[in-house]
Design a protein around this ligand. Structure first.
Ligand SMILES: NC(=O)c1ccc[n+]([C@@H]2O[C@H](COP(=O)([O-])OP(=O)(O)OC[C@H]3O[C@@H](n4cnc5c(N)ncnc54)[C@H](O)[C@@H]3O)[C@@H](O)[C@H]2O)c1
Length: 269
């Protein structure tokens, strides 16, 4: 059984809750690192933090209290041949995983004939996710939950983004099919579909646009905020809050679903 606890706060309201053990990919930056912090603030005690960014992982570990066991696992998820051997000792030590959050990803632009970019984006975003989850199955059980960070580009297209859009649409098929396969085991699988999250990924993309158009970062951020009905960029913590909800017992009857978190950007014109 997954080790979730419920707290009663002074007001009498029940609040989320704690998963004790978790694995988070893309944990060194952006949504992944915000999720690790949020899981810890909700009582997680053992977290496997996977990323290829060694210094980012080290910084995350050093900011955490001694009472929390953040175990950094430096791994390039494009390199699927090494997963099993590298992860085995960590997985043997940790026991059952209550929560798995898939937050790694790359967003390289491509033209259709750029085969190398296509393969890289599909391998990292989609194939690595499937392969990693296949290895984690034995560590999941009744009450465990998987949350995959997809994108609003799992619903719509974007120019020069066929690889990224295909990988994110593909993740939705994975989430829906796997949720049905694993329902009999009591494991839930859901997705969060963010847009305009202020992370290093978004800033890198804007920087490239700015280099081409001459617009400053602040000008572009102002323009983005204007088009979002709630008039703010989404923060990594906003996404982490959605992940905590989907992983919690409050969402115990929610599986195979996707939650759009975009400040209303996709609502209409
Ligand atoms: N930021 C946004 O606006 C936005 C919008 C929609 C979806 N997303 C999705 O959210 C997820 C998290 O994005 P973010 O904004 O936090 O990005 P980010 O670039 O800030 O963080 C992504 C992390 O993934 C890691 N990573 C990338 N490739 C890897 C690999 N091959 N092996 C191991 N680690 C790898 C990076 O090192 C980084 O730490 C991604 O899947 C992204 O596609 C982000």
């Amino acid at each position: 059984m997954a080790a979730w606890l419920c707290f009663e706060v002074a007001s009498g309201f029940e609040v989320f809750i704690v998963c004790k053990t978790a694995l988070v990919t893309g944990a060194a930056n952006g949504i992944g690192s915000a999720t690790v912090r949020k899981l810890v603030s909700h009582g997680a005690t053992h977290i496997l933090a996977l990323d290829r960014d060694q210094s980012g992982l080290a910084a995350l570990v050093s900011e955490m209290a001694d009472s929390v066991d953040i175990i950094p696992v430096v791994l390039d998820l494009e390199n699927m041949d090494v997963y099993e051997q590298l992860l085995e000792p960590y997985l043997n030590d940790i026991g059952q995983l209550d929560t798995v959050v898939i937050s790694h990803g790359v967003s390289d632009e491509n033209e259709l004939a750029e085969h190398q970019v296509w393969d890289k984006v599909m391998n990292i975003n989609l194939n690595a996710t499937r392969y990693l989850l296949s290895l984690l199955e034995k560590k999941l059980g009744q009450g465990s939950s998987v949350v995959v960070i997809s994108s609003i580009l799992a619903k719509v297209g974007k120019q020069r983004n066929t690889a990224y859009c295909s990988s994110k649409h593909g993740l939705m098929g994975l989430v829906k099919g796997l949720a049905l396969d694993w329902a009999r085991l009591g494991i839930r699988v859901n997705a969060v579909l963010p847009s305009w999250v202020d992370t290093p990924m978004l800033r890198r993309e804007l920087q490239k646009q700015g280099d081409m158009t001459g617009a400053s970062m602040n000008q572009m951020l102002r323009q983005i905020k204007k088009r979002i009905p709630l008039r703010s960029l989404v923060s990594a913590e906003d996404i982490a809050d959605s992940i905590i909800f989907l992983a919690s017992p409050q969402a115990k009857m929610i599986t195979a679903q996707s939650l759009v978190v975009d400040g209303g950007d996709g609502c209409g014109v």
